[in-house]
Design a protein around this ligand. Structure first.
Ligand SMILES: [Zn+2]
Length: 331
């Protein structure tokens, strides 16, 4: 299979484009959506399949399972979670239900974060999403004809997400490793690595040395990074350790499959943003001043490359949040 768009079937509204990255390695790239879905990486070996990350809801993972069943008769043996965020593991339960021998794998830090923070956030969503739905309904009432289509679609996605998150049976990892886990198969070698803190405290990278492919979770994405649970000051260093590996293709947490050039741009953005915030904070500037100055300083270089997805996750909103997080940590 090379590339083809697929409507979500089986009642699922998630959409994925499946791209072949190497022999037996695919990226299921999620279309931007109001309730974001992560990408899934698919790695087929002699005895079974590994998938990396499971999206924001079970119906999205079921779309992938249906696609997998058309691609191979082999069972899914391993489901890897790159980090504890909802949009990367809420679909976990689908895999052990579809493939009874499937193991869910992550590192100790991420499993702990799922237990201590991830489970609580499921309950937060159950409480918060009704408010979001009420706001979307109110916006829809006041909307012009041109705005209605998008708001109606968003409302539908919010409602279906709420129904699924209420019924979620969170499936925690069944295997947790400390620093590194390596799988050796007849035709394949898979390294699960922790390279330091970046997007979260436990980011897992999946590295296929023979195929020269790396799967990054949200330590790299196609738009401005989310740093709300992140470590901006350590992020660039973690990406420097990533850069030392030998690879040509990067399957990110969100956005299209990319290469080393985007790693350079993404790493520079994180580094330059942190340095600029540090400099401004050292002058005693307020958060609002720092936001304004750092955005103005970085816009000429970074606004365009971080705006590939248009209005979806705009750079200026993203960098404002990044600056706020970093300012809170350096000042
Ligand atoms: Zn994330």
């Amino acid at each position: 299979m090379d590339c083809c768009a697929h409507e979500g079937s089986g009642g699922g509204d998630a959409r994925f484009d499946i791209h072949k990255v190497a022999d037996g390695v695919w990226a299921a790239v999620a279309s931007p959506a109001y309730k974001v879905n992560c990408n899934t990486a698919i790695v087929e070996s002699s005895d079974g399949v590994m998938v990396v990350d499971t999206h924001s809801k079970p119906s999205a993972a079921r779309v992938i399972v249906e696609r997998l069943r058309e691609m191979t008769k082999k069972p899914v043996r391993y489901v890897v979670n790159t980090h504890f965020h909802w949009d990367h593991w809420h679909g976990n339960e689908v895999y052990p239900a579809a493939y009874p021998d499937a193991e869910i794998v992550t590192n100790d830090i991420t499993r702990e974060a799922m237990v201590n923070k991830g489970l609580k956030r499921i309950q937060d969503h159950v409480r918060q999403v009704p408010g979001e739905i009420a706001k979307l309904r109110a916006d829809l009432q006041a909307a012009s004809a041109a705005q209605r289509g998008k708001l109606e679609a968003d409302l539908k996605l919010a409602e279906s997400y709420l129904a699924e998150v209420r019924a979620l049976k969170p499936a925690l990892p069944t295997i947790a490793f400390e620093r590194t886990m390596k799988l050796y198969r007849r035709d394949r070698e898979v390294h699960l690595l922790h390279l330091g803190r970046a997007h979260t405290e436990g980011d897992v990278f999946v590295y296929l040395p023979k195929e020269k492919v790396v799967i990054t979770g949200d330590a790299m994405i196609g738009w401005t990074p989310y740093m709300g649970d992140g470590y901006p000051e350590e992020w660039a260093g973690t990406l420097d350790r990533l850069a030392q590996l030998d690879f040509t293709h990067i399957i990110m947490g969100h956005g299209d499959v990319t290469g080393r050039e985007w790693l350079n741009t993404f790493r520079s953005y994180v580094h330059d943003m942190v340095e600029a915030v540090r400099q401004e904070a050292a002058t005693g500037a307020t958060l609002d001043e720092v936001k304004q100055r750092v955005t103005a300083k970085l816009a000429p270089r970074y606004e365009k490359p971080f705006s590939t997805y248009g209005d979806y996750r705009p750079w200026r909103t993203g960098i404002a949040a990044n600056i706020e997080r970093t300012f809170g940590m350096v000042s």
